[in-house]
Design a protein around this ligand. Structure first.
Ligand SMILES: [Zn+2]
Length: 217
């Protein structure tokens, strides 16, 4: 089969609403945890992404293992990635075993209002290839700006609560705020170790500046 024919099989027999393969397509979409896109971990799933592009790897166009549930934005952003080697691939959310290690981190920027900067902080045990792919993944899906804007909203939402906590705590206000944020980080880590929420709360708890009134600036 030619590339065009393989792509046509995918489009006509799987992706179309009445196609015979459509139940497989729907099952793959439903496989995403909480209905969230596993590529960005943020937006709702609405399509299937070909992990290796169907134009370059036509034989994998209909292989379920090459089909990853995805949001429309990530699916579009990934069109620019044409991997020629495994180093040039973004992470495969189900085959790349990256969820046992914490690799998404954030740090507080001491400005008014406080902001967060996200980055990839790979564990020492990772191979250079995996590190390169994680960084490519982070860059390709625009995670820095996506997560920074989510975090900014979160900081606005918790400002009032932290202010109350700080005032009630009096001289130990900063400690109370820090204890609270550390607990929140732990709770989020147990749900998803590399979510922007886990990285956010850990960064907030680690920032003495933020805990000692930075939250209210
Ligand atoms: Zn996405």
């Amino acid at each position: 089969m030619t590339t065009q024919e393989m792509i046509a099989v995918y489009t006509n027999r799987m992706a179309k609403k009445q196609a015979a393969g459509r139940p497989i397509y729907d099952d793959l979409i439903l496989a995403a945890k909480d209905g969230r896109c596993p590529l960005c971990g943020q937006r709702p799933v609405s399509t299937l992404d070909h992990h290796l592009p169907k134009t370059l790897y036509p034989a994998l166009a209909v292989d379920p293992l090459n089909l990853v549930p995805s949001c429309a934005d990530c699916n579009k952003l990934k069109l620019d990635v044409t991997p020629r080697s495994s180093e040039e691939e973004t992470l495969h959310p189900y085959f790349d075993d990256v969820e046992h290690d914490s690799w998404l981190k954030a740090e507080v920027i001491e400005v008014a209002p406080a902001a967060l900067r996200f980055f990839v902080d790979p564990p020492a045990a990772w191979s250079p290839t995996l590190i390169r792919r994680a960084r490519l993944h982070f860059k390709t899906f625009g995670m820095a700006s996506l997560y920074a804007s989510q975090a900014a909203q979160e900081l606005g939402n918790i400002k009032y609560y932290l202010t109350q906590l700080y005032e009630v705590g009096q001289k130990r206000g900063a400690q109370r705020v820090q204890d609270h944020l550390a607990e929140q980080a732990e709770s989020r880590r147990r749900a998803h170790i590399n979510s922007w929420q886990s990285a956010t709360y850990q960064a907030l708890a680690d920032s003495a500046w933020y805990c000692d009134g930075g939250f209210a600036k």
